[in-house]
Every structure is written in C-alpha cells, then in structure tokens.
Design a protein around this ligand. Sequence first.
Ligand SMILES: [Zn+2]
Length: 235
Amino acid sequence: MSFIMSYKCKKCGYLFNLDLPIQASGNAMVTSNPSCGCLKCGSKNIGVSDAFELAEKARCEQDPTSAKRMINDALSFQPDCHHALEIGVNIAAAIEDKDMFSKLSERLVRLFPKTAASHFHRGNYLSRFIGDFNAALGHYMKGAELDPNDIDYIVNGAACYMNMGRHREAAQFLESARDRFTEDEQCWVIDFNLVSCYGVYDRKKAKVAIKKFQDIYKKHPAKEHFENISNEICP
Ligand SMILES: [Zn+2]
C-alpha cells in the first residue's frame, strides 16, 4: 500500500508528487516531510502543496457545490495532484457530474496507471455513465492485478461480465478470486454473485451453490434477501 502526496518546494517553488509507503502505525508519517527533499533542487524545505490543502478542505466540505469549486481551484494550481484528483473524482461520482468524472478518471489513469484506484474510478465511469462494460472490465481486471486483495475489483468486474450476458465468464472470474478472501462479508458477496451467475446457465450447479451458501451463512443479516433470490433462481 502506498499513498501519493503532493508537495511544494519553499525554495524553488517546484510542485511534485511522492509515492510514500503507508505504515501500520497509521498515516502519521505522511505529515512529516520525506527525507529526499525537493526533487528539483534538493532543498529540505518543502511542505504539502496548496492543491493538497485545498483538496483536504474540499473533502471536509459538506456542500458539494463549494467542494467542486475548491477541487477545481486545487487542480488549476496543480493538475497532477493525486490527492485532489482522487477527491475530485469522488465528488464527481457523488454529484453525478459526467464531464468532471470523465475528465478526472481519465487523468488518474494516465498519470497514475500503477495505482489500482485509478482503474477503479475509470471502470466506474465507463460502466455507470457510458455503459461500455467491456472497457470497464479491462480497468477492473487491471485494478485486481495491482491490488489482488480488494474485493471491489472482483465484484465490479463480474458485474460487467453479467451486464454483457457472459455469466460463465463472470463465474470463472469470481471462482478464480474466491480463495484470496477469508472474511465472512467478502466471501458472502462472492458466493452470492456466484449463485446469481450459476442460476442463469446451470441450475444444477446453482442448487448446489445455494445449499452450500445456506449452510455457511446461517446467521448472515441478509439471509432473507438471499432466500427470496434463490427461490426465484431455483423454485
Ligand atoms: Zn526546490
């Protein structure tokens, strides 16, 4: 795991991003200046960039209109500030601003292609706003490759397959990731999606999966919801 911070050199004014590892002790380390100093002149006199600070303010802002204005200000200072882009893309998704979502998710993927979350945002834009499930799937797969322990890429990728009517491939995708997850809530989501896939193309397999599901998740809070769905799949 890492965290990309934006800095400004107080000596030469250079703006730059640094990819810092996140330590188990929380994010205390990201508030201290990294030992490398300014990437241009080497000065140790660097601070968090204005764009970063504005983005932080926008994050705390409850009013989406002023948050959007702050983020746009932040990005006009420093268009490649990762933190501002991340916050901006979340604001765009929340207020369903299609143009903003498109622009910022595209920029995240272009500037930070090795960050799994960039692909998550782009995939969400393409599937939710454009309905291009094939292109979205490519981004979720890339995200899953970069961050194999995050279930969101798996679930969203499987949903893309299902939206394209490719339920067998959706099931294969879920099955291939199943063993990586151990927490009940995660397994529940994967198994639930698997049942939905099997239900479309193989009722026998669906019945077996439903039985297994019912045995494992006897106490799950959403058990009733699942019972209704499974009755529809295999009455
Ligand atoms: Zn400098």
